[in-house]
Design a protein around this ligand. Sequence first.
Ligand code: MN
Length: 293
Amino acid sequence: MKLAVFNDNRIGLVRDGLVRDVTHLAPAEFGSWPEQRMNWIIRNWTTVEGLVEDAAAGAGRPVEEVILRAANPAPPQVFAIPANYKAHLGEIGKRSITKGGRTAREVGFFLKAAGSLSGAGEPIELPAGSARRFDHECELAVVIGKAGRNIRREDAMEYIFGYSCLIDLTMRIEPGEFEEDRSLRKSFSTFTPVGPWLVTADEVGEVDELRSRLSVNGEERQSARIGDMIVGIAESIELISSVVGIQPGDVIASGTPQGVGPLVPGDVVEIGIDRIGSMKLDVREAALAPRPF
Ligand code: MN
């Protein structure tokens, strides 16, 4: 099943190019906290799934007519896996903070601010007037379906609710200059587009043979097989849950393949993953911040 968050954080079932509004299935109290609705839907999926399926028969409207927001706009936690494809290791040279060919297996994960998420209907906004380099990273988003701690990799796939496309935007360090913390460089608002929707794990099936791809202004920059990750999805969940409990709605950015490169205002970036979907985003300049970068 494909679930979308749209307009003012309404919940929709996406099928055959139409969005059916199922917002009413979440408790009315979420009217005052709408960005949390998807967390509730995920947490209560075993009882909600059948009701969402019933909505498939109702009237819908074309998906092009709504503004798609982040597939889960307020995840409790956003984890990210660095250095996770062999061919990506070393490609950013002195701008990399992962040294000596080390991978996610040695260095673990990092965090992105949950507030950095945006959706398929929203532009990417780069800091105004900046001379820094801002790179795209094409990643599979894994969305957690149930809480757990100390999960072994052989049990890990049961904890997955679904998948989405994710761009891990990154402000690169300047060689020889002071290095800001990675969490800052990857947490500007709109630096984590997740969409166009969330596809439940049962509908996606086996992920290893799926391919991800990213293009800029119509020119392909990244293309990879999901199964070529160094630390696979199950091992990532084992790693993360060995440190901290995972929660329904959490997002894991599973790591980028080779081909990362800069984005500038005016670019159009498109990301797609087999069986999940694709989204095309405009790149703009953000409003001037009091602290420039
Ligand atoms: Mn990344």
